[in-house]
Design a binder for this molecule. Structure first.
Ligand code: MG
Length: 254
């Protein structure tokens, strides 16, 4: 067969042209879950706001998008420090986080992020391993991955809150994911929607893509270390074949 002829017949399928000659730079892609695969952040922010309202804690809806990636305990401490000038006790952290989790479960089920399946399909077509890397312990969402994204993730290719000692922005979750996929940082791409997650991916040494799927400004993603920022998931999915091609070109220049 003639690869050039094949490409000429279907010039729009850039991903197929790269299938056989991807260099080392792109062996695995490590995906965050909330705000990347699922449009779940508005629900989390609403659940936090409901907990705060009932407990008399001051908070703004948008600030919870900025806390994304932190543990629940760390978010509760931040609220307590601001309002009372002290950390929450262990009992307060446990009980308030449990309430927040209950309010989240009472909301309508979260939907896959628009464009996420298209994005995953591109990475699968070029033969990159796909690993889920989330600080979420929300089992109700994790259980839906194989139903909502069929064939995209192996069950053993996931790093969750239970797999790590340190959450984002510590690089450990992504380093553990690289070990799981047996790739080096320079062979990895991270896809994140939150500055703390971008920081973790960058500190782990991966080419880190920021996608703004909520109210976080792109500048915050750039400051956190994003190599490139897209303004929506459909835009990222659409641009992904040419982004991968340009990564190939950069690599072949060395
Ligand atoms: Mg996220």
């Amino acid at each position: 067969t003639c690869p050039a002829g094949h490409a000429a017949r279907r010039p729009q399928r850039l991903t197929e042209m790269t299938l056989h000659n991807l260099p080392d730079i792109t062996k695995a892609v490590l995906f965050d879950m909330d705000g990347v695969l699922y449009d779940s952040m508005p629900g989390h922010a609403r659940a936090w706001m409901e907990m705060c309202r009932r407990e008399g804690l001051h908070a703004e809806y948008d600030e919870f998008f900025g806390y994304e990636g932190r543990t629940g305990a760390s978010t509760i401490n931040a609220l307590f420090q601001r309002q009372f000038g002290r950390d929450a006790t262990d009992e307060e952290k446990t009980s308030l986080y449990q309430r927040k989790t209950e309010y989240f479960r009472e909301l309508p089920p979260v939907l896959p992020m628009e464009g996420a399946l298209d994005m995953l399909s591109v990475f699968r077509e070029v033969g990159m391993q796909r690993v889920l890397v989330t600080g979420s312990g929300q089992q109700s969402v994790l259980d839906n991955i194989s139903r909502d994204f069929p064939g995209m993730f192996d069950d053993d290719k996931r790093i969750t809150a239970r797999s790590v000692t340190h959450g984002k922005p510590h690089p450990e979750p992504f380093i553990k994911a690289m070990q799981l996929a047996r790739v080096s940082p320079s062979q990895s791409i991270v896809v994140e929607n939150a500055p703390l997650g971008v920081e973790a991916g960058d500190r782990a040494g991966a080419f880190t893509v920021g996608v703004t799927t909520g109210p976080i400004p792109r500048e915050a993603m750039e400051e956190a270390g994003a190599a490139v920022v897209f303004s929506s998931m459909p835009e990222f999915a659409h641009m992904l074949p040419s982004l991968l091609l340009s990564l190939l070109t950069i690599t072949s220049d060395y």
